[in-house]
Design a binder for this molecule. Structure first.
Ligand code: FES
Length: 106
């Protein structure tokens, strides 16, 4: 079972057991992790699921698509090179994920 490590802007960490096939966004929303809104439900039209993905895990996921790239430009907190929309990060067996939640999503 993959684990998702969510770090809040103040450094507080929450670890959640995820389900293979679920996204990092859905896992957060279902478990009440603060700071990930997921307003559009994962169809790349809100950017309220913005996270900073751990540098060492950037290559573990498909690259940012054109649509994700456009939405990241609309994120409430300025994007960084390791920014991703967490609805696009799908959990896989044996792969834990570490993300930091930005200070603002709306
Ligand atoms: S939940 Fe809306 S873009 Fe990810």
């Amino acid at each position: 079972m993959p684990k998702v490590f969510y770090t809040q802007p103040d450094g507080a960490e929450r670890v959640v057991d995820g389900k293979v096939g679920d996204s990092v966004m859905r896992t957060a929303v279902q478990n009440g992790v603060a700071g990930i809104v997921g307003q559009c439900g994962g169809v790349l039209s809100c950017a309220t699921c913005h996270v900073f993905l751990a540098e060492g895990e950037l290559d573990a996921y498909p690259p940012v698509s054109e649509d994700e790239d456009e939405m990241l430009d609309c994120a409430a907190t300025d994007r960084e090179p390791n920014s991703r929309l967490s609805c696009q990060l799908v959990l896989r067996e044996g792969t834990d994920v570490h993300v930091t939640i930005p200070p603002e999503q709306l």
